[in-house]
Ligand binder design. Structure first.
Ligand code: UD1
Length: 370
């Protein structure tokens, strides 16, 4: 029996831990799981909604750290997590993704000599101004076992001097959640609620500090969005950070005066999946949405200069448009000329809904129990 603490902290972590938690429950003869939520995200819409939709029970341990500067937040997570690890003495700690909680908890483990596994290892944007890139680089250097979603991630890790025996290509854990919940997401009323049934529409998400904390960058993206909104309505579930910045940067009027650029509250997992799966186009600066839209066959325009998920460009539906309005508009109009296609041969290898079991098999094998 392996005792595992599995860590989540922020919204994009919840759909990554859910399939692993469920698989450990199914395989309870081999796994005892403790779910830990750091509290990095805490609003009901950013956290509770995902536990509910993904049918996860309340976390066993909630650290309640909340928002703060990067240093203060990372330190608060470490201070709160260390006594938990000392008390529980897990065989493994599993961290996912690239948020501050991921790095903070990995760092606690390595200092205590407790083995840590990183799910979604090896992704690199090569843009060190992104906080996530620093979290990825450091977590991968110190974790004992690195679970990669795609072969390019293996290559990145090898190039950084990480030995092959620490790397396991297991596929994309988010896609386990996507495949497992698509049918249930059909019951959501999100499309009807926003009057988008049987209509062409685009979905937008935007929350990266480089896009929303900088007035010029945000205004440039907004220029492009206004142009695209003349062709089809854009529905925009906005992250709390973005909502705050719209007010601070004096951009609210540009949304209030535009009926086709519809700012709405953050959505739960099912509601977002329903909107995404019916969209004609996705515009985003999120990493996970590049992957989800690729699997769903929905054209995705990425509002960043780079991606840590190049496979979504090579095999999926993703176009990297950056933040130049002319490039964004041209990419969007090109995508609108080509209807979405569901070509399963374009789904990357092992993005098949079985990644959680491959992760658990590898953990058992590492312990000589597989
Ligand atoms: C974090 C992750 C980012 C991820 C994103 C997804 C890091 C470094 N960043 O960014 O990789 O893509 O989550 O959402 O870990 N806030 C609330 N309610 C909440 C959470 C946050 O109002 O439940 C507000 C606070 O004002 C906070 C701000 O959003 O200061 C930013 O939150 P934070 O967790 O620091 O970073 P995110 O931008 O959410």
């Amino acid at each position: 029996m392996l005792k595992i603490i599995i860590v989540a902290g922020a919204r994009p972590n919840f759909m990554k831990i859910a399939p692993i938690v469920a698989a450990m429950k199914r395989r309870s003869a081999d796994f005892q799981s403790i779910t830990l939520h750091t509290g990095q995200h805490y609003d009901a819409a950013m956290s509770d909604a995902f536990f509910r939709d993904l049918e996860m029970s309340e976390p066993d341990i909630y650290l309640g750290v909340g928002s703060a500067s990067h240093a203060a937040q990372t330190a608060a997570i470490m201070q709160a997590f260390e006594p938990v690890v000392l008390k529980e003495k897990p065989d493994w700690v599993v961290v996912v993704g690239d948020v501050n909680s991921t790095l903070a908890c990995a760092l606690v483990c390595v200092k205590l000599g407790v083995r840590v596994a990183h799910v979604e290892a090896g992704l690199r944007s090569r843009d060190r101004s992104m906080p996530e890139e620093i979290n990825r680089l450091l977590t991968d250097q110190i974790a004992d076992l690195l679970f990669t979603p795609s072969r390019d991630a293996d290559q990145n890790l090898l190039a950084e001097g990480i030995p092959q025996e620490r790397i396991r290509f297991v596929g994309n854990i988010m896609i386990d959640s996507l495949i497992g919940n698509l049918e249930r997401a059909k019951q959501s009323t999100a499309r009807a609620d926003h009057d988008l049934q049987d209509k062409d529409y685009a979905v937008l998400t935007l929350h990266r500090p480089s896009n929303v904390d900088d007035e010029d960058a945000f205004a440039r993206v907004l220029d492009a969005l206004e142009e695209i909104a003349r062709r089809l309505p854009i529905v925009f579930p906005a992250h709390p950070r973005t909502v705050k910045m719209i007010a601070e940067l004096g951009l609210a009027a540009r949304f209030e005066n535009n009926r086709e650029l519809r700012l709405i509250s953050p959505l739960g997992y099912f509601d977002f999946l329903q909107l995404l799966s019916g969209a004609r186009l996705v515009l985003t600066d999120s990493g996970g949405i590049q992957e989800e839209s690729s699997v769903l066959g929905i054209p995705c325009i990425t509002l960043r200069e780079n991606t840590e998920r190049p496979i979504t460009v090579e095999m999926g539906t993703n176009t990297i448009a950056g933040t130049d309005p002319a490039k964004i508009v041209a990419a969007a109009f090109r995508a609108l000329e080509n209807p979405p296609t569901k070509d399963s041969s374009r789904v990357p290898p092992l993005w098949d809904g079985h990644t959680a079991d491959r992760i658990l098999d590898a953990l058992l094998e590492r312990d000589g129990k597989g």
